[in-house]
Design a protein around this ligand. Structure first.
Ligand SMILES: Nc1ncnc2c1ncn2[C@@H]1O[C@H](COP(=O)(O)OP(=O)(O)O)[C@@H](O)[C@H]1O
Ligand SMILES: [Mg+2]
Length: 388
């Protein structure tokens, strides 16, 4: 049984209107960026509310999650989504077959293989999307979830440039428009996709995706079905403490659901306690991963978290910081930080989804909340110590 979803139709409608409008002076045609912290309901909203609302408004909608399979190159994921959409429209496939010079063999497009579409292939993404637009006469919207992942590979970068070309073409008066919505959990990373003129989304608006609010909490309290009622105002405060993550309050409710001896009058207090435990449990899970790191990996992670966007992995002063941290966390250790083993440590941290690396060498924490967690549990104290 699927978990019930709290729908946000007004928010979806507002976004649809903003996206579809071609207002004078608006840069929305460049795309739109939606940012909010992890686990706060972005993907759920995009899949459950935004996608259907766009379809109702007459758009062709493609949704890709660049994290669905982290091993697959972002470019491959994007191209696969475009091919899958094209395959639903016989007319488009026939059109592409024709334009690729296959009209003699193609009957209903069967002779045309969709493998021919992609970066560096006979049929470019731009070409394919233009055919789709012309055939269907509908605007196309591409929703890219975990979009920051696109710039972790060279092919991902290329895919973004290909999409920019497609967008420029489709947004000209001859076609029916292409809008690209990039969704991600980190503003700074998303901003890297749009800040410089050579970027595919230069100038696109970056919007803070609103977290779930009071109306969601009322819906939750109404439907939660515990032994006694929950007070929405109290739960709202707990939800804030949980950084607006529905899973935390959901797990707290689950913990009480099977407590058969619970007095209905105690439900509120027990729920508050359970939420606290769930917040802690989420932290403990991340900390477990961090405690299992090698001393060097741990030192690199801490220095990165401590320095934030000033972090320069291989500079002499940074090497010095790793050394200082290593000395205090593993005084008997024999490892000396060098460019090569720091590089390896960074790769290991990426594999563990703790660190994110932009293709061209900018590093940051995969989740910015990791820095707060490390600080809160005193793991950054070693970095703050004045250097000898
Ligand atoms: N509108 C909603 N109604 C009910 N539960 C939700 C809603 N949005 C999110 N959730 C819950 O929170 C979890 C995290 O949401 P998700 O959309 O994956 O977050 P994000 O994409 O921001 O990381 C989901 O698995 C779901 O259980
Ligand atoms: Mg998501």
């Amino acid at each position: 049984m699927a978990n019930p979803v709290f729908h946000r139709p007004q928010l979806a409608d507002q976004m649809v209107r903003g996206l579809m409008a071609s207002a004078v002076g608006s840069a929305t045609a460049s795309g739109l960026f939606l940012a909010a912290p992890r686990r706060t309901g972005k993907s759920t909203f995009v899949r459950e509310d935004l996608r259907p609302a766009l379809q109702t408004a007459g758009a062709i909608v493609m949704y890709v999650d660049l994290w669905a399979n982290k091993q697959t190159d972002p470019e491959t994921v994007i191209v696969a989504a475009v091919r899958a959409e094209l395959s639903k429209h016989d007319g488009v496939v026939a059109r592409l077959a024709k334009s690729a010079g296959l009209e003699k063999v193609a009957v209903g497009g069967v002779a045309f293989s969709l493998d021919r579409i992609g970066l560096g292939k006979e049929v470019s993404l731009s070409w394919a999307l233009t055919a789709l637009s012309d055939e269907t006469k509908k605007p196309i919207v591409l929703l890219i979830d975990e979009a920051q992942h696109a710039i972790t590979t060279e092919a991902g970068y290329d895919a973004l440039f290909a999409l920019k070309a497609a967008r420029d073409e489709l947004n000209s008066s001859e076609h029916h428009g292409l809008r690209i919505v990039a969704i991600g959990s980190n503003r700074d990373k998303l901003a890297m996709l749009r800040n410089s003129k050579d970027q595919a989304f230069f100038g696109a608006p970056l919007v803070s995706f609103p977290t779930l609010g009071q109306d969601y909490i009322e819906w939750f309290c109404e439907g939660v079905g515990l032994a006694g009622p929950l007070n929405p105002a109290d739960v709202m405060k707990l939800f804030e403490r949980a950084s607006f993550r529905p899973e935390i309050i959901g797990a707290a409710a689950d913990a009480l659901r099977f407590d058969f001896g619970l007095d209905p009058a105690d439900v509120g207090a027990s729920f508050a306690k359970a939420v606290g435990e769930q917040i802690e449990e989420a932290d403990v899970q991340t900390l477990r991963v961090i405690h299992a790191l090698t001393p060097l990996q741990s030192a690199v992670l801490r220095v990165l978290a401590f320095e934030g966007d000033k972090y320069a992995p291989f500079e002499t002063s940074t090497m010095e910081s790793y050394r200082a941290v290593l000395e205090s966390i593993a005084p008997d250790g024999t490892v000396t930080p060098e460019v090569s083993n720091v590089q390896q440590a960074l790769i290991a941290l990426q594999d563990k989804s703790l660190v994110w690396k932009e293709k061209r060498g900018v590093y940051s924490l995969e989740e910015s909340t990791t820095a707060e967690l490390l600080r809160e549990y005193g793991l950054l104290d070693v970095c703050a110590a004045p250097r000898a």
